[in-house]
Write a protein that binds this ligand. Sequence first.
Ligand SMILES: [Zn+2]
Length: 244
Amino acid sequence: MDRRPHRSRPRVVPRWSARARSGAPATGAIWPFDPELAQLELGLRDLVKREAGDDEDRRVARAWLSARGLALAELGAVIFAARDATTLALALEAERAGDRDPLAVRWLGARLGYPPCCTERYLAIPIRDDAGLFDALLPAPGHPAPPESLWLVGALGLISHAPCSLECEDTLRLGRATLAALDARYAGFASVWRGLASRLHTLDADGRVSCTATDRLEVLPEPVPRVVAAAAGAAARWSADHRG
Ligand SMILES: [Zn+2]
C-alpha cells in the first residue's frame, strides 16, 4: 500500500534518455538531435546540462560533447559542458546550492539560455518536480499553441526549460532560432520535426506518452516510456496542444 503523501500523483513521469540529445540525426531521421548545442553555437546559451540516466547515457553524452570541443564537469548524474573552466566551476557551485536557492537558479537559468520570465515563474511554483510543473504550467485543453514551445515530450522539445506559458514569446523565439539552426545543418530536419511536434500530446498517470496520429512515434529513441496510441484521451493526465 502506498502511503506517501502525494500518492495521487503519477507514479512515473518519463525520464528521457540523454542519448536522444547526444548525436546527429541521419537524413530524414530526427534522433539524436542536440538543440542545446545548437543554442550554444548560436550564442544563446553558454552552458549545456545533461542528466545521465545510466552508464551508457553518460558515455555517449561525454563523447558527443567533448568531440564538439567542450570541457566537461560532472556532479552525480549531471553533466555540464561549456567552453571555459570558469563557467563550469560556477555551474557546479550553483548546482550544489540547489533548487531552493533563487540566486543559483537564476544564474543557471541565464547561463542555460532560459528566458527570465520562465525562470521567475518557475521560482514561484511551490512543487517543482515534473508533475508539479505540468500541473502549474500546462494550459487547459482548447488552446492550441505553436510546436516550438513543446516541453511535455522532452525528447522532442527544442527547449530545455519549463516555459512560463506555451505562448511565451521569448521561448518561441528561442525555439524558432534553434529549429532554423538544426534545419540548416541537417537538411529536412524542420519538416520531420514539425510532423512529430505539431500535434496534441498527452501523458497519462502511468507516464505513457501518446499523441494524435502515432504513425511515426515508433521512432522515439530508447529507452522511452511506453508509447501508446492516442485512445480518445480518456486517461490523459496532462495534455499539450501544439497544433497552433
Ligand atoms: Zn517565459
